[in-house]
Structures are given as C-alpha cells and as structure tokens.
Unconditional design. Structure first.
Length: 186
C-alpha cells in the first residue's frame, strides 16, 4: 500500500479486503463493509471484474444488474487450500459451501465443527498417574450432544486444577476480537 501525502489515505487495489479497527462511521471513502450488500455492476464495474460472482449470484439484468460483496461478518478468514496436500491442508476442502458450486475456491464457506475425540477415564495397573486420576473427570467428559444447550450432565463431575474451569458455549471457537472487514470498492 502507498500513502498519499495530500490526503493521508492508503491506496490499495480495488477489491483489497482489509481489517478496520474502528467503528463503521470511520471507514474511509471508497471502501465498503464486507456485509453481503448488493452493488450495481454499472457503478462498481472495476470491483465486479475482480470479485465476479464468487460471493453470490448476480441479480437483475442490464443496467440494474448487481453483484454481492463478501459477507464476512462473524467469520474467521482461511486461505484457499487449492492444491495443498500436506499436514496443513484443509481435510474438508471438498465439503465447503459455495454460490458457484465449486468447494475448493474463493468465496466458499465451512460450517463450524468440533473434531471427533475421545475422553477415557479409568484405572491402569501399570500407570500410577492413571490410578491417581480415577474418579476425577472433567465436565466435558459427561456432556451429551442433546444436553449442550442446557449444559446438563449425566454423571458425577469434578474438576482438576490442570486446565481450569471449562468454558462452555454454543460454539467451538478460538479466542477472538471483533473487527470490521472492509473492501476497496472504488
């Protein structure tokens, strides 16, 4: 990005998505919130040539044709997997949801998930640590999928000080901070 001395604004190519740390009232001119808004193709033709219909189907025809901005509200951003085939690849790249019906592509989304895992509780005759843990389990060991919204347990629980008190919510998520994603439109 290049700084213009006269206006103190950063110049970025049309279609650049940036993180904006301030309120919407402070978004620079020529930038739009990534909120899925439809824009007229005739007014934003240069932006349309960059993002095309990857973020939603075209609406209308002729002079009233419009296209969708990315809707990144509440989303974590992830780079396109493309041809990556190593331990860092997206193992679910072909299950992504896209308006273009192409899953491993810009503009596709994934629903939230929690990777399958198992908690074992019990006694081992050869492992003193396992024996000392007998009877001590975590809240998460007893959650059933039907109880997630009500946070009920189906058995006795106690918590060790190893990991602290579990934080239970309606979604699995990393620590995060709110920002606005904006796109250079003009």
């Amino acid at each position: 990005m290049i700084e213009q001395k006269e206006t103190k604004q950063l110049i970025a190519p049309i279609g650049t998505i940036a993180i904006w740390p301030g309120p919407l009232s402070t978004v620079p001119n020529n930038w739009k919130l990534c909120n899925g808004e439809y824009l007229l193709a005739s007014r934003y033709s240069e932006l349309l040539s960059v993002i095309q219909d990857y973020w939603g189907k075209y609406e209308g025809v002729g002079a009233s044709q419009s296209f969708s901005l990315p809707d990144l509200r509440g989303m974590f951003i992830r780079g396109v997997n493309d041809e990556r085939n190593d331990k860092f690849q997206d193992p679910d790249k072909h299950t992504r949801i896209s308006s273009k019906k192409v899953s491993n592509e810009v503009g596709s989304f994934q629903k939230d998930t929690l990777q399958m895992h198992i908690h074992q509780v019990g006694r081992s005759t050869s492992d003193k640590k396992s024996e000392s843990q007998l009877g001590r389990t975590r809240f998460a060991d007893f959650i059933h999928k039907d109880d997630i919204t009500s946070h009920k347990t189906s058995g006795p629980t106690s918590t060790t000080n190893l990991g602290g008190t579990p934080r239970v919510s309606s979604e699995s998520r990393a620590k995060n901070a709110y920002v606005n994603y904006i796109i250079r439109a003009e």
